[in-house]
Design a protein around this ligand. Structure first.
Ligand SMILES: [Zn+2]
Length: 589
């Protein structure tokens, strides 16, 4: 307890700049057993790396050593807090009253976490504890304190949605704090007359569980169709807001203890509107994304997610899913993993170091795969050695998709189509809870595209004021030709182009990432290809004042080389022969 007491005598005010995850960062998901891997991979961040098991000196010492070792190799270290999986810790923390904090179904029965069905603690199943319960919130703070016993640089939250996930899909939560909380939320949001129109006669005595049962809702029908039942959308809004408040509380508490802003992340693939809601509270998303390894091809959907988070000024630190890693483990295909790494970095996000990967299949259950550093470290070192071609860069485009949560799927589909056809675009979100759209968000685009359904009136108005056209997406053919041909690739239909520039830096060059995604499963490598790339001079001219006759080409494992640029009135083009996995062509600057 001595070390711990010393730490808390040092609680200070929060000072310093908020750290961010840079595009050239090399992230370890967990701290590796062999610390030499930090150096071998040129690591810069440990993303999701636990906390002291207890406040005892021995445990505190162990955790501090983890953090110090990472610091010694120059890495930032993010501790972590678990909103759902550490049920055993809470049972020990609150042995005489933990039952009161269990999420309840409509009949008041305790709920357990479905995916932890095989876990037990002191004979208890994995209860789903409610993030609206004050005792459980106290436990989350206690976890924060244990993460903050060392000089951490960031904090990660696992299962950040807490009880709002339980209420969305798993039959909860009708504990007294959720019912009371919803009543207060309704009172704060609606007047008496409005409440009456919703069927609530007396808000003082309102109890949502009783209300639902009076309408014939059962615990099973709630679980099956929570989204469509009376007041359920409002209930979910309440739960969502509560979860976000707890996320904010946890980050702020950690920053108070450490006396500095921390690198904030949550376990998530930022691939749905629901997942994006937490964006204003975090610096990056850190977690698994499906890569469909079993298709034996490079899966493009992650590139859409990388564009999506870029539109919010964030990044995804990605890894593949348990099924993907199981496939890689069974077939031993590191070459496929290299295509994932290159794709993430070429689109401004990060693919975490594959040193120790969780694999899962129905037949084999949980197992692990150890990536061989020789297969991957050169790629990560390439990124670090050329950090200036990554950091501060964003997509260069004239076209922006505007999405609302309602029209999200439409924009997702359209984005995937344009990714495949190499049309440069950005994605910007219209929803106010993630910052909405301001004048400066629209300035740099010539064409705005919306999906089916409406976008907020104020955005339509803003676009008119800015003299920007808003096109309704009707498929690729509806896109004017001048945008369709901004990037033309000859020689391969499996080459992806990502054009990036550095806003606010007048002398920085444009970088043109070329990803060869013609993956040959048998050889576990891409098929080399000769290509010609032709780019719209007008698009490049948004950034460059003049066009040099040569460009520099950076390729992993090769010395930098020069390539001639052919410049005509409207186009700039170049040829590359025998192109492997990835090249970065640097134009101007
Ligand atoms: Zn509850």
């Amino acid at each position: 307890m001595v070390l711990f007491a010393m730490l808390f005598s040092l609680v200070a005010t929060i000072r310093g700049e908020r750290p961010v995850l840079q595009a050239s960062d090399v992230v370890f998901m967990y701290a590796p057993r062999d610390k030499k891997l930090y150096e071998i991979y040129s690591g810069t961040v440990v993303g999701w790396a636990g906390r002291s098991r207890s406040k005892d000196d021995k445990d505190v010492y162990w955790f501090r050593k983890q953090v110090e070792e990472a610091h010694k190799f120059g890495l930032k270290y993010c501790g972590s807090v678990d909103f759902v999986v550490d049920f055993g810790g809470f049972i020990d923390f609150c042995p005489d009253g933990f039952e009161k904090a269990i999420c309840r179904d409509l009949d008041g029965n305790p709920l357990t976490v479905p995916w932890l069905w095989d876990h037990r603690h002191n004979g208890h199943p994995a209860y789903w504890f409610c993030t609206n319960n004050p005792d459980y919130r106290a436990y989350l703070k206690e976890q924060v304190e244990r993460a903050c016993v060392a000089d951490i640089d960031g904090l990660h939250i696992d299962d950040w949605r807490g009880t709002s996930a339980c209420s969305a899909w798993f039959g909860g939560c009708f504990c007294e704090h959720c019912r009371e909380g919803f009543k207060d939320w309704l009172k704060a949001h609606f007047g008496e007359e409005e409440l009456k129109r919703m069927g609530i006669e007396d808000i003082q005595s309102f109890d949502y569980a009783v209300f639902l049962k009076s309408k014939g809702v059962t615990k099973d029908s709630w679980r099956a169709q929570a989204g469509n039942l009376p007041l359920a959308d409002l209930y979910q809004s309440f739960q969502r807001e509560s979860s976000l408040k707890v996320v904010g509380m946890v980050f702020e508490y950690a920053e108070q203890i450490r006396g500095k802003p921390l690198l904030r992340s949550v376990n998530s693939s930022a691939s749905t509107p629901e997942a994006l809601r937490v964006a204003p509270l975090v610096d990056f998303f850190c977690g698994e994304m499906e890569h469909q390894a079993n298709t034996k091809q490079v899966y493009l959907e992650p590139a859409f997610v990388y564009r999506l988070v870029e539109g919010l000024g964030k990044r995804q630190a990605a890894t593949a899913g348990g099924y993907d890693w199981a496939f890689i483990a069974e077939k031993e295909k590191p070459g496929m993993v290299r295509t994932w790494i290159a794709q993430a970095y070429a689109f401004g996000s990060v693919f975490m170091v594959p040193h120790h990967q969780w694999c899962y299949t129905q037949e084999k259950g949980t197992h692990w795969w150890e990536g061989n550093p020789e297969d991957f470290a050169p790629l990560y070192r390439f990124v670090r050695e050329n950090a200036s071609l990554f950091d501060g860069y964003v997509s260069l485009s004239d076209v922006a998709f505007i999405y609302t949560d309602e029209g999200f799927d439409d924009i997702r589909g359209a984005s995937l189509e344009l990714l495949e056809k190499n049309v440069p675009f950005s994605v910007i979100g219209a929803e106010k809870d993630r910052g909405g759209i301001k004048k400066e968000n629209l300035e740099k685009f010539r064409l705005l595209i919306k999906g089916k359904g409406s976008i907020p009136k104020e955005i339509e108005k803003l676009a008119r004021q800015e003299k920007k056209k808003i096109l309704q997406w009707e498929g690729y053919d509806s896109l004017p030709w001048e945008f369709r041909n901004q990037v033309i690739v000859r020689g391969s239909d499996k080459l992806r182009v990502s054009l990036r520039y550095k806003p606010g830096s007048a002398n920085a060059p444009i970088v043109c990432h070329l990803l060869n995604q013609d993956y040959d499963f048998e050889r576990d490598d891409v098929r080399p290809v000769d290509i010609e790339v032709s780019l719209s001079k007008a698009l490049l001219g948004k950034v460059l004042k003049s066009f040099p006759g040569k460009a520099s080409v950076y390729i992993p494992g090769k010395p930098m080389q020069k390539v001639n640029l052919k410049i005509s009135d409207e186009r700039i083009s170049f040829n590359l022969t025998n192109l492997g996995l990835w090249a970065i062509v640097v134009i101007g600057g």
